[in-house]
Ligand binder design. Structure first.
Ligand code: ADP
Length: 217
């Protein structure tokens, strides 16, 4: 499947994307994960992105499009992709449209995960992430804790709070979302490809998406 997941930070895009990849071998592409790995590895991309990310601001569109142009052409995208955290602005959505045309690919669905603000805030402050750049498994100290000594249950690396998950950065990320990313809901509604899902259970979200995909075949 070729799907875009829209939704505020903490809406569950990452969790849902990971569950969806089990269905048909589609890959999860998270620009946030790609950027965090680059920051950790200290690559030129990471050095350019770090400041924006720590402040909870968006990384410039041009940098993101360079990443996506090459990522979408990697062989593992042949079976499909779940875009998680991209596009994040109207210019990114316009550029993605052109890129998909160039690559001769069609999107199946754009999903909007519509989650109440209180739920999102609570999730972001209790969220923890595996520090292994190749794993980045998501935990939650209330609903999905790591091991007692804060290790990842999958790979054993330390599970940490992200640098951009301080209260200040979270508030900024939510503002940035409302200002820059929420307009994409209308953008895709007009294009006729949007599906709104207001459930907060990742299993229910996944079954709504796979159900919509079956309807397409
Ligand atoms: P969340 O969705 O929880 O905010 P992400 O992991 O998707 O977190 O993104 C973390 C940070 O990485 C963002 O706050 C932003 O600085 C940067 N980022 C990720 N994806 C994009 C994008 N498509 N465009 C611009 N910046 C991005």
């Amino acid at each position: 499947m070729r799907v875009i997941l829209l939704g505020a930070p903490g809406a569950g895009k990452g969790t849902v994307a990971k569950l969806l990849t089990d269905f048909d071998g589609s890959v999860q592409i998270s620009t946030g994960d790609i950027l965090r790995s680059a920051v950790k590895a200290g690559t030129p991309l990471g050095k350019k992105a770090q400041g924006y990310m720590e402040r909870g601001e968006l990384v410039p569109d041009q940098l993101i499009m360079e990443i996506m142009e090459s990522r979408l052409q990697e062989p593992d995208c042949k079976k499909g992709f779940i875009l998680d955290g991209f596009p994040r602005t109207i210019p990114q959505a316009e550029a993605l449209k052109k890129l998909l045309q160039k690559l001769n690919l069609k999107l199946d669905l754009v999903v909007n995960l519509d989650v109440p603000k209180e739920v999102v805030l609570d999730r972001l402050t209790t969220r923890r992430t595996c520090s292994n750049p190749d794993c980045q498994e998501i935990y939650n100290i209330k609903s999905k804790p790591p091991t007692a000594d804060s290790k990842c249950k999958k790979c054993g690396w330390k599970v940490v709070q992200r640098d951009d998950e301080t209260e200040e950065a979270i508030t900024k990320r939510l503002e940035t979302y409302n200002e820059k990313t929420a307009p994409l809901i209308d953008f895709y509604k007009k294009a006729g490809s949007l599906k709104d899902i207001s459930s907060t259970s990742s299993e229910q979200i996944v079954s709504a998406i796979t159900g919509a995909m079956k309807g397409k075949k």
